[in-house]
Design a binder for this molecule. Structure first.
Ligand code: AGP
Length: 614
């Protein structure tokens, strides 16, 4: 996610902002910039790349000394990581500089309307549309706070906006919706930031801002209103975190923080997926609809957790498009001499977009004539750059080596791809697609319900702190969930864990079941054919051999509950969407057990966040 700093006070604004941005580097970014105001003129320095490159530029061409300004580290969503796309963005009339964190869902329509009015855009970002529109509002109101209130009401999506006005040097104004912003309250100075880490070296007094609020800071005042300008009482609090803990928002691990960020990650991945005609759209499509209609086979290639997201994709895409889908480990794909041609669509899934096994696999598929669609979390990475179309997951940077929020976002993106293909190929009616999208839109709240029972999972982990072998079972889309649950334990707790299709038990694995091996079972929602009953039978089989059962089942599934030594209740979701809720307890379990075992959860031994070697 992006990092934002705003400052007004007696200190050198550039230094305060730069230090604050450095404190937020952990958030991940691919460009950075600062804007300050002096004598009615806004000056900006911004560069693609890390803060070091911005600092070099500031060494060469220092910004004028100022006591108020804004700064930004950008995690690219709309438009690649370039100098031009970096924030802050300045309005055409030079009066306003603005930085933004989030996704403005209706930016395309806003931009088109502004271009109709003769506004010229220089970047590919959604943010620039907000900057230009803010300047128009400011020209009418001549008050940045009122202009920001009016702007915020015109935006759809999630955003934190922070701006300065060249004609009004004493203040910084911000607005937020579904995106973080906190006020740092100093002595004769005030701060705005994405998180407290940015100003914790200056003050530990903070103000939490609520939804749909606008805040105006000067050296000596903090004023909070709603979007209609009505004053709002904001809650003050004292920060007692260390600076290091602040980077993790108070969590012990980035992984745990990222597990709890999943409702937001899923919601952001769903944002902005419809055009003005209500049809699903992808991010960057360089494949014609006719080419997509001519496809007669889909091959999904990925590694590790991303591969398991691909397994979920298979069930959804085949069901919705009636097109055969093969799911392949990228490291195996090109060595099996696969049958690939111009009617093959290769779908690649990668959080980093740099995994060498996956990159080599798509190069091979492309050389055989296949079209490539990438599902990726990193804008501008090698894999999306070498693909014919991209669906960016908007999970924000994932710092923990173990993939969590990226996985759920990949699954959501795979569903969106399946629905998009069904739309293009006409295998689903529009209202059928809309029904699934509405079900997806309801999943962030359901994921939150699972997170709200985290302590129950933590109790289970403390009960099993001496267990060394674990089995995970599932059926249908529960199989990749079982495999992912096993992988999480392997990679961060260094424990032996295996995932199986529950139907496979009787073909061999049941021989290893005994009272020493707890068996986690993902039970499908009731109603889909005989899936549910067959899994109940599998649970009885393992219990008959003395296994302790940890049953993940739909709330109200009394039958499943009777066979559970430990029951983890899941919110009701359609069968195909169950991975979005069933995976979360397994992530929490692995994170807690690894913590109890004293592992380095964020940087587990022998592993890297991105495996850029074959
Ligand atoms: C998952 O927890 C691991 N970090 C690993 O399996 C990862 O999913 C795999 O290396 C693929 O990485 P990518 O998504 O960046 O391509």
């Amino acid at each position: 996610m992006c990092g934002i700093v705003g400052y007004v006070g007696p200190l050198d604004a550039v230094q305060v902002i730069l230090d604050g941005l450095k404190r937020m580097e952990y958030r991940g970014y691919d460009s950075a910039g600062i804007a300050v105001e002096v004598d009615g003129t806004i000056t900006v320095a911004k560069r693609a790349g890390k803060l070091g490159r911005l600092s070099e530029q500031l060494e060469r061409e220092p910004l004028p000394a100022s006591h108020h300004g804004i700064g930004h580290t950008r995690w690219a969503t709309h438009g690649g990581p370039t100098d031009t796309n970096a924030h802050p963005h300045v309005s055409e009339d030079g009066r306003v500089a603005l930085v933004h964190n989030g996704i403005i869902e209706n930016f395309a329509a806003l931009r088109a309307a502004l271009e109709e009015r003769g506004v010229h855009f220089v970047s590919q970002t959604d943010t620039e549309a907000a900057a230009q529109l803010l300047a128009i509002e400011l020209a009418e109101t001549d008050d940045l706070t009122t202009a920001m209130q009016r702007l915020a009401k015109q935006l759809d999506g999630a955003f934190t906006l922070v701006a300065i006005d060249a004609h009004n040097p004493g203040e910084v104004v911000a607005a937020r919706r579904d995106s973080p912003l906190v006020v740092g309250v100093g002595e004769g100075e005030n701060f705005l930031a994405s998180d407290v880490g940015a100003f914790i070296d200056h003050t530990r007094e903070a103000i939490a801002l609520g939804q749909n609020q606008v805040v105006t800071i000067t050296r000596d005042s903090v004023r909070v209103t709603d979007y209609d300008g009505a004053p709002v009482e904001a809650s003050h609090y004292h920060i007692d975190w260390s600076a290091e803990a602040a980077e993790k928002s108070g969590y012990d691990w980035f992984m745990r923080k990222e597990i709890f960020e999943q409702p937001r990650a899923v919601a952001d991945t769903l944002l902005g997926r419809f055009d003005t005609a209500g049809r699903l759209t992808l991010d960057e499509v360089r494949i014609s609809e006719d080419e997509l209609r001519a496809i007669n086979k889909i091959v999904v290639v990925a590694c590790g957790t991303a591969y398991y997201a691909g397994m979920v994709a298979k069930y959804a895409i085949e069901h919705w498009t009636r097109t055969p889908v093969e799911v392949e480990l990228a490291s195996e794909f090109r060595y099996r001499d696969p049958v690939i041609d111009s009617r093959t669509l290769c779908v690649t899934i990668s959080q980093s977009g740099e995994t060498m096994d996956t990159l080599q696999a798509i190069r091979y598929a492309s050389a055989q004539g296949a079209k490539i669609i990438a599902i990726c979390n990193t804008n501008g990475a090698t894999i999306p750059r070498e693909s014919d179309a991209v669906i960016y997951t908007h999970a924000g940077p994932e710092i923990g080596v173990a993939s969590t929020k990226a996985f759920l976002s990949q699954v959501v993106a795979a569903y969106l791809l399946g629905l998009y293909l069904a739309q293009v190929r006409g295998t689903m009616f529009g209202e059928e697609i809309k029904t699934v999208v509405d079900e997806l839109a309801a999943t962030p709240d359901k994921i939150q319900q699972v997170l709200d029972q985290a302590n129950r999972v933590y109790e289970l982990a403390s009960e099993m702190v001496n267990v060394e072998d674990f089995i995970f079972l599932g059926r249908h889309v529960g199989v990749p969930v079982a495999l992912e649950g096993a992988l999480k334990l392997k990679e961060i707790a260094y424990l032996h864990a295996e995932g199986f299709a529950a139907g496979e038990l009787k073909h061999g694995p049941i021989a290893i079941i005994d009272s020493t091996t707890p068996v986690f079972v993902v039970v499908p929602p009731r109603g889909r054919d005989h899936l549910h009953d067959k899994v109940i039978s599998n649970i009885q089989e393992v219990r008959a051999r003395g296994a302790q059962t940890v049953v993940l089942a739909e709330r109200g599934d009394e039958l499943a509950a009777t066979f559970a030594d430990w029951l983890i209740e899941l919110p009701s979701v359609p069968t195909l969407l169950q991975p979005l809720v069933a995976t979360v307890p397994l992530q929490l379990f692995a994170c807690e057990l690894a913590t109890l075992l004293g592992r380095d959860v964020d940087q587990p031994r022998n592993l890297a966040k991105s495996v850029t070697v074959e």
